[in-house]
Design a protein around this ligand. Structure first.
Ligand code: PLP
Length: 448
């Protein structure tokens, strides 16, 4: 390897992979190394961990099977229908894709939906491509308040050449400061205001804000990456009915489908700009196996979404309360902790988000470090917050009572200072009773 080679990845981990490949006698042994790593993850994360990552959802057995289906090897680009595609042989693919589009519309009670976004990042770039020109001003939420890179300078919004002004936030209420927004926004007249965030505990004042930006023809864009399932299940605000022009989101967060993106809107005038930004600008082949899996996830959401999403929120509130009772400060405690799947703890007294996340992972409790209000860009790598979510524990059939136990495990390590290695066996034992994924047509709803 040349001296000047530059890698962003951890060089030791790459070197270890090279050692394995160099030691392999043939391609088969290289394959075996990959499969063995996948299997290790499946056993550990899939069976022995309490996964509390807020953006993570286990998919149903049917969705997983579809991800490996034959149709995933077929090329289909363009819009649905004979004259709209480059390739022939797509009659059944058209059927699959049309089912997906119509199921998504039904799920979100929307006039239009697109199924081709291989990631929600690309959904956000679709919005900026369609609704802005380089140099335009947009208002988005800064990262310490949960804003996502896709709407900031270091992501798609920045790549589009947009000027970014922060949406003013109230650090105590963890909500938008609407009074300040009413004063600020007319000064810069943003074309687009992006709401929705990676750290979202409470709803946004969409109606008020869309009234404000309407004065200069501005649009509200709701990036519901995290809240998409909650919206579909009717357990969060309904952005398209409250003034947002467009809703994007991740199919693999609360929506619990294959990791990818969704975009829905109501105004026919936006159909051309959005769909031509998607094809031919941002996606060509768009993984039809994933589209089939997404369609089934939408059907699951239509059948089970209300019950599943309501339990996710109840579990998050229970987890927040149980942590607070054990001496771990939880944001938004004065307003019931959360109205989403997320629970945000201030773990600065326990060594900060990075330290605690890696400590807990040694006991098979998986969460992530998170910036919280008060953190500065200098705290980026070592922020004060720990973000947890209740999607997976809920899909495994846990309810409020089990959240007490989960909080107890966390507290034993952070508050009572027990070594993670002394707690991990109890975590594995507890988790062993929860191995079935519910809220789907394979296994129905969890037993009481
Ligand atoms: C996760 C996230 C995204 C990116 O979603 P992907 O599906 O991972 O591409 C965009 N916006 C917000 C607010 C997010 O939290």
């Amino acid at each position: 390897m040349s001296q000047t080679q530059f890698e962003v990845h951890d060089p030791e981990i790459l070197a270890h992979a090279r050692e394995i490949i160099d030691a392999a006698r043939n391609g088969r042994e290289m394959q075996d190394a990959v499969i063995a790593a996948v299997k290790r993850n499946e056993e550990w994360r899939g069976q022995q961990c309490i996964n509390l990552l807020a953006p993570e959802a286990p998919t149903s057995p049917t969705v997983r099977a579809l991800l490996a289906s034959e149709v995933g090897t077929r090329a289909a680009e363009g819009h649905i229908g004979k004259v709209n595609r480059w390739f022939a042989g797509t009659k059944y693919i058209d059927e699959i894709e049309a089912l997906c589009v119509e199921l998504l519309k039904k799920c979100f009670r929307a006039n239009y939906a697109d199924h081709r976004l291989v990631a929600s990042m690309i959904g956000n770039l679709t919005v900026y491509t369609a609704l802005t020109q380089p140099g335009d001003i947009v208002m988005t939420i800064a990262q310490p308040y949960g804003g996502h890179s896709s709407n900031r300078l270091d992501g798609p919004a920045g790549v589009r050449g947009l000027k970014i002004v922060d949406v003013p936030m109230d650090p105590i209420e963890l909500e938008i400061d609407v009074d300040l927004f009413r004063k600020m926004a007319p000064l810069v007249k943003p074309k687009v205001v992006a709401l929705g965030a990676s750290m979202t505990l409470f709803p946004f004042p969409l109606q008020e804000m869309s009234g404000i930006v309407a004065e200069w023809g501005g649009k509200i864009f709701f990036d519901g990456a995290h809240q998409l399932g909650l919206v579909a299940g009717g357990q969060f605000q309904d952005p398209l009915r409250e003034g947002a022009a467009v809703l994007t989101g991740s199919a693999g967060k609360t929506f619990s489908g294959p990791q990818s993106g969704i975009i829905v809107w109501n105004d026919p005038a936006l159909t051309e700009p959005f769909t031509t930004a998607i094809f031919p600008v941002l996606v060509a082949t768009h993984q039809v196996n994933r589209v089939a899996a997404l369609a089934v996830s939408a059907a699951e959401m239509i059948e089970f979404g209300k019950m599943y999403m309501a339990q996710i929120v109840k579990n998050a509130q229970a987890l927040g309360a149980a942590l607070e009772q054990r001496g771990i400060r939880v944001l938004g405690a004065h307003k019931g902790y959360t109205r989403t799947q997320q629970v945000i703890a201030d773990v600065k007294p326990f060594g900060g988000g990075l330290e605690t996340a890696w400590l807990l992972a040694r006991a098979n409790l998986v969460a992530n470090k998170n910036l919280i209000p008060g953190d500065t860009p200098a705290d980026w790598d070592t922020p004060s917050g720990l973000r947890m979510g209740t999607i997976e524990v809920t899909r495994l059939g846990m309810r409020e009572k089990e959240m007490e136990q989960v909080a107890e495990f966390i507290s034993q390590i952070l508050v009572k200072k027990r070594a993670p290695e002394d707690v991990v066996e109890d975590v594995i034992e507890f988790r062993s009773a929860y191995q079935t994924l519910y809220y789907n047509f394979d296994h129905g709803i969890p037993p009481r």
